[in-house]
Design a protein around this ligand. Structure first.
Ligand code: KIV
Ligand code: ZN
Length: 513
């Protein structure tokens, strides 16, 4: 008998974007959306259009380029948000509006300051406004995991009657346990008289490390959509991770009555792309996409795997896209080969000028590094995109760093500030520290460094180092990225990138605050 479909709803670009410093530009969202479409994600939540003009434009742009996935936007249950969202997704081939309002006693009383009956009225109104834009409307009772089940039954029956076609049950604060959350979905479906007129969905947060377990328990109890993110990115401890949901359901087809339509070979490329763009590295022991997920360290395991892979592996590395990123280009590759590979990766540069600039960067990199992989191309395009940021205020013109055993390291930098070149030098505990001090003596940002991390983009000592710098100032948090075969240069680029983001002052509001 044919299995039922489990809809994969990706919210990397909305809930994932609510991670500190993970805000994405329009071009970054388009690149991620194209990769999600290639992975055959059913629904892409592209953003929260009312949060800023920038996000409205980003959602609109994603809606206009994506053809094979539904494009969704999030809206609080008020007329302005819903209309802004309806307009942003309107041009999509398959648009969806997702509206939500909190239903737990603590949220209704302390956050919304509304009576339960007012919350129901507002939810019904929001669904009706959304229906003016599309027949595909999702409703979420925020903090459902801590809501009263009788109240959930009342409000959900009314929003289905008003036209909601998907009911998403969020465990907003990651509080529930699989033995509670699974039966909650079953009971809601059983008790609500019109429940069969909606698809049941879940959205679980990972505060207790249970997001995936809770989502899977819900699927076993009738949920047919799971909301998740690449690498489990998301508010606080994150959301259920897309790769874990997809591979758990696929690997345990003996247990699940449904399967997804995901092309799993696109999982690792998606993970690398999202990590590179957001600056959130993937922990090495992360299931499916961590660098060690398929590494067999102990001799006994290696012996077993060599004799018969399935002795210690329940899925193959190739099936989730490890090694899928082939060696793409080298020093002798021409402009056409470069352009074609970008096209295959879903990257369209939009103008001949941008393509020429990217090709020059590629040639410079190929002079330093013999083999160029897809990950190198993605980093190169990310870097070019961040250099093209409209408000680029600071630019690294040159950097000289010196370190010698027994000597105190120092760095000299030339930074252009609004087109004017300024020089500085400093000593530090290492060349990266010295470069940051030199840059800061010019910029005087007053920011606090929250995180500095370096990852090798590919293997080998000639790999590019990808650096993330997270800065905080006045309550705002930004992530900067930089890549180079020289990690001191990569670090300085990442620092300048973060300083530009702080300087740009682009603000977004969080839908749930
Ligand atoms: O966690 C949550 O409740 C959400 C909703 C907006 C769906 O992100
Ligand atoms: Zn959430």
């Amino acid at each position: 008998m044919a299995k039922e479909k489990l809809i994969i709803f990706d919210t990397t670009m909305r809930d994932g974007e609510q991670s500190p410093g993970a805000a994405m530009t329009k071009d970054e969202k388009i690149r991620i959306a194209r990769q999600l479409e290639r992975m055959r994600v059913d629904v892409i939540e592209a953003g929260f259009p009312a949060s800023s003009d920038g996000d409205y434009e980003a959602v609109r742009a994603v809606a206009s380029v994506i053809k094979d996935s539904t494009v969704c936007g999030l809206a609080r249950a008020n007329e302005k948000d819903v209309r802004r969202c309806g307009e942003a997704v309107g041009s999509a081939r398959s648009p969806r509006v997702h509206t939500f309002i909190a239903t737990s006693p603590i949220h209704m009383e302390k956050k919304l300051r509304m009576e339960p009956s007012q919350v129901i009225e507002q939810a019904v109104r929001a669904v009706k406004w959304a229906r003016e834009y599309t027949g595909n409307v999702e409703f979420s009772p925020e903090d459902a995991g801590r809501s009263d089940i009788d109240f959930l039954c009342r409000i959900l029956e009314q929003v289905i009657k008003a036209g909601a076609t998907t009911i998403n049950v969020p465990d907003t604060v990651g509080y529930t346990l699989p033995d509670h959350f699974g039966p909650l979905i079953r009971r809601l479906r059983e008790r609500i008289p019109n429940s069969d007129r909606a698809v049941w969905s879940v959205h679980c947060h990972n505060d207790l490390g249970l997001a995936v377990a809770n989502s899977l328990a819900a699927v076993l109890n009738g949920a047919r959509q799971v909301e998740c993110t690449v690498n489990g990115l998301g508010e606080r401890a994150g959301n259920a991770s897309l790769e874990e949901i997809v591979m758990a359901v696929r690997t345990r087809q003996d247990v699940f009555p449904c399967d997804t339509g995901i092309d799993a070979t696109q999982i690792v490329p998606a993970s690398k792309l999202v990590s590179g763009i957001t600056g959130y590295p993937v922990q090495p022991n992360k299931a499916i996409v961590g660098a060690n997920a398929f590494a067999h360290e102990s001799g006994i395991h290696q012996d077993g795997v060599l004799k018969h892979r399935e002795t210690y592996e329940i899925m193959s590395a190739q099936s989730v896209g490890w090694n899928a990123n082939r060696l793409t280009l080298g020093k002798l590759s021409g402009r056409n080969a470069f352009k074609n590979r970008l096209h295959e990766l879903g990257i369209e540069l939009g103008s001949e000028e941008a393509l020429n600039a990217a090709f020059k960067r590629f040639k410079d990199l190929a002079d330093k590094k013999r083999e160029i992989f897809d990950e190198d191309l993605q980093a190169l395009i990310s870097e070019q995109a961040s250099d093209y940021v409209e408000n680029e205020h600071y630019r690294l013109v040159s950097l000289t760093a010196h370190s010698e055993s027994g000597e105190s390291p120092y760095a000299k930098v030339v930074v252009s500030e609004d087109g004017k070149e300024r020089r500085a030098e400093a000593r530090g505990s290492g060349p990266v520290d010295a470069s940051f001090k030199a840059i800061d003596s010019i910029v005087k940002s007053g920011s606090e460094l929250l995180l500095y991390s370096v990852n090798a983009i590919t293997t080998g000592t000639d790999a590019q180092g990808e650096v993330t710098v997270r800065l905080s100032k006045g309550g705002r948090i930004v992530n900067g990225q930089g890549a180079d075969t020289d990690i001191v240069v990569a670090s300085a680029k990442a620092y300048i990138n973060a300083l530009n983001k702080l300087h740009s002052k682009l603000e977004r509001i969080n839908p749930q605050v």
